[in-house]
Design a protein around this ligand. Structure first.
Ligand code: ZN
Length: 280
């Protein structure tokens, strides 16, 4: 339990930020969220760093939000970084959920999307639900050919994960397919839909990312920052930011409905139940 949940390493102009809970397929708890934020901040402030790589230790990139490991810490207070709102811990119901998810999910993802340096997601194995959010906030995604993706939270009666980029990163038709079925999709399909930049054999994943990063690192830093902002602004002008805000309301309607009619805001589904359903 004492091992670091996020590792940081710089190699030349490339900083690699690695989620390090491999035993739990890098399920993201709040400790990890704030450790990721600190690592990104370190990379932003280091003038030697031109490109950031987000990685997951072990066989899988990320199984998503932590909904059931021994390190689950939803009731712990942390110093808030993403939004100016009150702490969730001493609140109840939607007041609590909205505060918490605005901060650690939607707010954090938006904050990371605006990191002024290029970020490459290096994805192997599972990239599920909250894992997709982490990959999507990155500018580029390089996946190994054994990577698989899914957003199965419609099984909980919830219209997708909190960072609702699906229609923008997949296109509306593919977005509906992956949400309506909850099924896994392969790196190759993600590539065909334009969600992923490169698909390579697992053994070539790191080298491919390093070559990509080295190429990008030759560009001027300010030019890259402006270019990233330009594309992000264009996405937002295509409705991504305001669309996400409107869907966040639907997301919380679903959580509240679950809390009203079932065992909890996740419709009584834990990690095991979600895994079981996805294997049917
Ligand atoms: Zn939620």
């Amino acid at each position: 339990m004492t091992e670091e949940v996020v590792l940081y390493e710089r190699n030349g102009p490339v900083a690699t930020v690695t989620m390090n809970r491999p035993r739990y397929r890098n399920a993201q708890n709040s400790v990890m969220t704030y450790a990721l934020d600190a690592a990104f901040e370190r990379a932003v402030n280091d003038n030697e760093v031109s490109v950031i790589v987000l990685a997951g230790a072990g066989d899988h990139f990320s199984a998503g939000h932590d909904i059931g490991t021994p390190g689950r810490d939803v009731d712990v207070s942390y110093e808030r970084k993403a939004v100016l709102w009150w702490d969730h811990v001493d609140k109840a119901g939607s007041d609590q959920r909205f505060a918490r998810e605005s901060e650690v999910y939607l707010g954090m993802c938006r904050r990371w999307r605006e990191i002024p340096k290029p970020v490459i997601a290096m994805v192997q194995g599972a990239c599920i639900a909250g894992g997709l959010m982490l990959a999507w906030v990155c500018d580029l995604i390089v996946a190994s050919d054994d990577a698989f993706f899914a957003d199965p939270v419609v099984r909980m009666g919830i219209p997708g994960v909190e960072y609702f980029a699906h229609p923008w990163v997949l296109g509306p038709r593919a977005a509906k397919e992956i949400l309506f079925t909850g099924d896994r999709f392969t790196a190759q399909r993600a590539y065909e839909w334009g969600m992923v930049n490169r698909v390579v054999p697992r053994a070539e994943l790191r080298d491919t990312v390093d070559a990509f990063a080295a190429r990008i690192a030759q560009m001027p830093a300010f030019g890259l920052a402006l270019t990233k902002k330009a594309v992000n602004q264009a996405e937002d002008q295509m409705g991504m930011r305001s669309g996400m805000d409107s869907v966040f309301g639907l997301h919380h309607l679903a959580h509240a409905h679950n809390a009203e009619v079932s065992k909890d805001s996740l419709a009584g589904m834990d990690a095991k139940a979600m895994r079981g359903a996805s294997e049917k």
